[in-house]
Design a binder for this molecule. Structure first.
Ligand code: SDX
Length: 429
């Protein structure tokens, strides 16, 4: 029995709602029995006030601009750790010792190739397909190749499927890119670390050796870490809902990729860079800020605002530092897009509209600038977000599947349609 309860009074009756206390964040009203007791639903489109599950993986304090992966602050992990170590942490709950890290890295490295027959999948797409369309199709298609890891009730099969997904997503994303530019696929290499391998698969060509610049590999690895998980966001909630029906992990991750594609979510990094390019110069910024504030104009400043953060997105801060480092390294620090981005951020953060609505730059605001400087086309920004987030989706999926109280997710509704009426024959209409 919960120590505290909230009391709901409705039509002269009172109902006690248990109050559950988290290890951090707001208390939770347990309404699981409300419909059975009071014959009423709660109403929360967009789930702005709803906790959909228990989770011990990622904590966000939107007011403070705090993001913790298993309790570790994101800025410390971005500075001190690396992506595969963060993958181990998110999946297992603790940082690995040296042996655990070596074993984990060995297994991931040796799952990076895809079945050779998957190359035919790509050939079914047009060359100008968006890489996200290719990724949704190919990742879902993994279900057809790995029949030995589809039984979600077998912990070993769950783990093998998880390792395969984390290992193969960079390969599939790189293949989607190569296919879109008409270049041959580049196989993964076991002598390269995760981020270097991805850069090599994207930018190497058979005609000459490709040298991975260590500083760029580090920046790539940091981008993977910053995007790894983020509590119950739209795509993670999609993966959990798909997983709650018992769907196999490959299908669930494909569903997450599809949801992430939207410009209000993971597609914002592509949309943000396209917006910066459309603004084009600092003197055009006031016009676009005015449009973003105009209720009759659907335009929004892409890369600004967040459902949870009402302060700086801590990932944006790290990304901004990375942008300066990468552009300095590449000698493009006077990148006009970066100048527009920095001036847009300055103007927006002083504008009363954005201040009142607590609209700050989010993770997508600076990431596109770095990725473009590294040579990626805008169409590859969201695929990179998707491959980074795969470990978060997988960790949340494993947590859900492992929950003994787990049940299929099935929300109800506030019905506003016609009540029962009899069919009318077409001659009487
Ligand atoms: C990600 O959930 C996650 O954790 C997501 C993510 C993750 O890691 O998984 O963090 C990744 O998706 C980051 C967000 C990327 N999206 C964008 O950058 C797109 C632009 N942002 C907006 O579409 C918007 O801010 C959302 C979708 C991100 C959040 O929207 P909310 O919380 O549903 O808030 P809202 O749309 O109700 O906006 C509140 C008010 C509105 O004004 P009013 O109706 O109150 O007058 O703020 C305004 C909005 O019009 N507003 C903006 C704005 N974002 C919100 N006005 C101008 N420009 C914007 N970007």
């Amino acid at each position: 029995m919960a120590e505290r309860t909230a009391t709901l009074t409705l039509d002269g009756k009172t109902y006690d709602l248990p109050v559950l206390s988290p290890s951090a964040g707001p208390d939770v009203l347990d309404i699981r029995k409300l419909y059975a007791q009071a014959d009423v639903f709660t109403y929360d489109p967009g789930f702005t006030s709803t906790a959909s599950c228990d989770s011990a993986i990622t904590y966000i304090d939107g007011g403070k601009g705090e993001l913790l992966y298993r309790g570790y602050p994101i800025d410390q992990l971005a500075d001190e750790s690396h992506y595969l170590e963060v993958c181990y942490l998110l999946m297992n709950g603790e940082l690995p010792n040296r042996q655990q890290m070596e074993d984990f890295e060995y297994r991931i490295t040796r799952h990076t190739m895809v079945h050779e027959q998957m190359l035919n999948f790509f050939r079914g797409f047009r060359r100008d397909s968006h890489p996200m369309a290719t990724m949704v199709g190919v990742v879902g298609g993994l279900s057809a190749f790995y029949h030995d890891s589809l039984d979600i009730n077998d912990p070993w099969q769950r783990e093998v499927a998880s390792m395969r997904l984390i290992a193969k997503l960079p390969t599939i994303a790189a293949m989607a890119y190569k296919y879109s530019v008409g270049q041959p696929f580049v196989y993964p290499r076991n002598d390269l670390d995760y981020a270097s391998n991805f850069l090599h698969m994207c930018f190497a060509v058979p005609a000459e050796p490709y040298h991975v610049e260590p500083a760029l590999a580090k920046a790539m690895d940091r981008i993977f870490t910053l995007h790894a998980d983020h509590e119950q966001n739209a795509s993670t909630s999609t993966v959990r809902l798909a997983g709650s029906s018992g769907a196999n992990p490959f299908a669930c991750i494909a569903a997450g990729i599809a949801c992430l594609w939207g410009p209000a979510h993971g597609g914002a990094n592509q949309a943000c860079l396209e917006m910066l390019r459309e603004i084009g110069s600092v003197d055009k910024i006031p016009e676009y800020v005015a449009r973003a504030k105009d209720k009759n104009d659907p335009f929004r400043l892409m890369g600004f605002g967040h459902r949870v953060y009402k302060n700086f997105d801590p990932r944006a801060k790290v990304m901004k530092e990375s942008a300066d480092e990468v552009l300095d390294l590449l000698g493009v620090q006077d990148n006009p897009l970066l100048q527009v981005a920095k001036e847009l951020e300055r103007i927006a953060l002083e504008d009363p509209y954005f201040v009142e609505k607590k609209l700050y730059p989010n993770v997508d605001f600076y990431s596109g600038i770095i990725l473009e400087a590294m040579g990626f086309p805008t169409s590859m920004f969201t695929p990179i977000f998707a491959l980074s987030r795969t470990v978060g989706w997988i960790s949340q999926w494993m947590e859900m599947i492992g929950d003994p109280q787990g049940k299929i997710g099935r929300p109800r509704q506030l019905y506003t349609g016609s009540t029962a009426r009899d069919y009318v024959h077409v001659d009487q209409r």
